[in-house]
Design a protein around this ligand. Structure first.
Ligand SMILES: NC(=O)c1ccc[n+]([C@@H]2O[C@H](COP(=O)([O-])OP(=O)(O)OC[C@H]3O[C@@H](n4cnc5c(N)ncnc54)[C@H](O)[C@@H]3O)[C@@H](O)[C@H]2O)c1
Length: 480
């Protein structure tokens, strides 16, 4: 029986391995992590991450051929294929701080593999890593090898949180990069054989190692660039009276452009886009490609601009101050159907409003109060370290109140901000919300999910990103 071990039981390691175990009943899959509480949660009733369909998959194979454990060394020693899916956060200190990937966790995983291995292994990079990381990993493993042979493969993960199980069941493609030697090709084939249990062969792409590593960074940069492009258009739409939804629809009909990833919003978030673009920028700079680095940097700058613009719009429409005013924040996760808040635009929007002394009442169906308080007090990039290494829970801020119901959040509020596109926000009773708010009552739709005309009929002053402005907003300072 082939044995797989995955180091890192997070948003990628957990779901990916659960699907491999489900689709390959003859392969034994162990997912290991240094976080005792995370492993306990994977073995319990309340899984550590929320992902539609995940619980069902885990329940079908946990204890059969899927195991979650903190006994890292034994499982690694016994495995034929070791996936490494640990955090690769942005460096916060030293050379490349604020841009380069911090490979501390990767390196320690590689050293541990070298220490405990007693048989030849295929080591698979699942984490997103800078180009040429495989070379560094290879050096660590071969310099400590004691006659053991390693093959390093790059197999970056393209799943999107919120649709991870669907993406894993039916991936657009699986990418495997390896050495162009006979041994490298043999290792590629071994991993291909795993995926071939359910992925059609023409969707399994094989490349050299560096192409695979770079393709992951490039894919995220292209996706984020589309969002920043449409968000840049949204500012122009507001200035001219065009409607960004209509513009997106019109351009998306062009088959060369396509309709997906053209929704304007308060900005992109998630643990990957910003981190991976910063990483790409750093690699370009290290290779002397300043113009290329500046091109990609702009994608992040537009994203920051969009979040600032949103905050400024709120403050300027409320007579240039939100001091002491209650603002309801509906949605805190970086997108619907996940509880993940890493890099969520809600953090910057809330911090902007808190900076202007607003009182926030926050509701998200999947994010806990502790997580929200932690996010609003944590330093940039700290969120992508393993949770046990993050700062302890801070004392709750008096300006922030976390509630478990949208109506409660909006009660007596001056304004409501939609920051995550949760489906339940589309069907709230906005008449009831309006009746219980202070007047004038504002809605700021950062995800363009609400029926603007209906809300205006109820009496709200509405701001919806990239849509023709309410006369009220036209009269207030347009902001950059
Ligand atoms: N989240 C996504 O949607 C996504 C998608 C594609 C790729 N990625 C990439 O995958 C990687 C993992 O991302 P994630 O979201 O799953 O992160 P995560 O923080 O959810 O999980 C990483 C896990 O690794 C564990 N870990 C760290 N060092 C370890 C070690 N030495 N031994 C054992 N366990 C260790 C941590 O405790 C943590 O539980 C990152 O490189 C990320 O960029 C993420």
């Amino acid at each position: 029986m082939v044995k797989i071990c995955c180091i890192g039981a997070g948003y990628v390691g957990g779901p990916t391995m659960a699907v491999i175990a489900l689709k390959c009943p003859k392969i034994e899959v162990a997912v290991v992590d240094i976080s005792v509480s995370r492993i306990a949660a994977w073995n319990g009733d309340q899984l550590p991450i929320y992902e539609p369909g995940l619980e069902d998959v885990v329940k079908q194979c946990r204890g059969r051929n899927l195991f979650f454990s903190t006994d890292i060394e034994n499982h690694v020693a016994e495995a034929d294929i070791v996936f490494v899916s640990v955090n690769t956060p942005t460096k916060t200190q030293g050379l490349g701080a604020g841009k380069a990937a911090d490979l501390t966790y990767w390196e320690s995983a590689a050293r541990m593999i070298a220490d405990v291995s007693k048989s030849n292994k295929i080591v698979v990079e699942k984490s997103t890593v800078p180009v040429k990381t495989a070379e560094a990993i290879e050096k660590i493993l071969t310099h400590n090898s004691r006659e053991i042979k390693y093959q390093i493969l790059s197999n970056p993960e393209f799943l999107a949180e919120g649709t991870a199980i669907q993406d894993l069941f039916n991936p657009d493609r699986v990418l495997i990069g390896g050495r162009e030697t006979p041994e490298g090709q043999k290792a590629i084939q071994a991993l291909k054989d795993v995926y071939a249990h359910w992925v059609p062969e023409d969707r399994i792409i094989t490349t050299n190692l560096w192409s695979a590593e770079l393709s992951k960074l490039a894919a995220n940069a292209f996706l984020a660039q589309r969002i920043s492009s449409v968000n840049a258009m949204s500012a122009l739409c507001e200035a001219t009276g065009a409607d960004v939804t209509q513009v997106s629809h019109a351009i998306g009909k062009d088959t060369r452009i396509g309709p997906r990833f053209l929704n304007s919003s308060v900005g992109f978030g998630g643990s990957c886009f910003q981190k991976d673009i910063l990483n790409l920028v750093y690699i370009c700079e290290c290779n002397g490609l300043t113009e290329v680095a500046n091109y990609w940097k702009q994608v992040i700058k537009v994203n920051d601009y969009q979040k600032n613009r949103f905050v400024n719009r709120i403050v300027s429409s409320m007579f240039n101050t939100v001091s002491g005013k209650k603002i309801a924040i509906l949605g805190f996760a970086f997108k619907k159907d996940t509880g993940d808040t890493r890099e969520t635009p809600a953090i910057d929007v809330c911090k902007g409003l808190l900076g202007d002394k607003a009182k926030l009442s926050i509701y998200d169906p999947q994010v806990t109060e502790d997580q929200i308080q932690r996010d609003l007090s944590m330093k940039k990039f700290d969120w992508d370290h393993p949770i046990h290494l993050q700062p302890m829970s801070p004392p709750a801020s008096k300006q922030v109140n976390v509630v478990w119901d949208a109506y409660q959040a909006a009660k007596d509020a001056h304004g409501v901000c939609i920051l995550t596109e949760w489906d339940e926000f589309k069907t709230l009773d906005y008449q009831k919300i309006f009746d219980n708010m202070r007047k004038p009552a504002y809605i700021f739709d950062g995800r363009n999910i609400l029926d603007v005309a209906k809300l205006r009929e109820i009496g709200f002053i509405v701001y919806s990103i990239g849509k023709p402005l309410d006369p009220w907003h036209k009269d207030t300072l347009a902001v950059a």
